[in-house]
Design a protein. Structure first.
Length: 135
């Protein structure tokens, strides 16, 4: 599944999307952004059906207007069940340990609470979707 260095980011916050996009691109990732869960699911389904590219990672930044982030993750896991085939990072302000554990058990690879810490987000992305070594 993982062919390209493409990250799919689901985020409604335009400023954060722009900042993350710049950071990811500086590292060598290509980035596709969507603002809704349905749009993200459509992107994922199209890419799986067409085998045009495989997302290296999905980053869900909070809930979208059309559905909660956890629901987006669960629906993505129906399409690609294995965590190793598509790492999904959930970022949400909810720091309830029970919610975090349940989210990871349900299919997230990791959970990020500090949404403003772009360095922490970048480290998680690099951990779960490392870039190929530069020659």
């Amino acid at each position: 599944m993982i062919k390209d260095n493409v990250i799919l980011v689901i985020d409604q916050n335009l400023n954060r999307r722009n900042n993350l996009s710049a950071r990811f691109r500086m590292q060598g990732y290509a980035v596709e952004f969507v603002s809704s869960g349905l749009q993200a699911l459509n992107y994922l389904e199209e890419n799986v059906e067409n085998k045009s590219k495989g997302y290296k990672l999905v980053l869900i930044m909070e809930d979208s207007e059309d559905m909660p982030g956890r629901e987006i993750m669960l629906l993505m896991r129906e399409i690609i069940p294995k965590k190793s085939d598509l790492p999904i990072l959930m970022a949400n302000k909810d720091n309830d340990p029970t919610v975090i554990i349940e989210t990871i058990q349900e299919g997230a690879n990791d959970y990020i609470v500090d949404l403003q810490n772009e360095g922490k987000i970048m480290n998680k992305v690099l951990k779960f979707a490392p870039l190929p070594e530069k020659k």
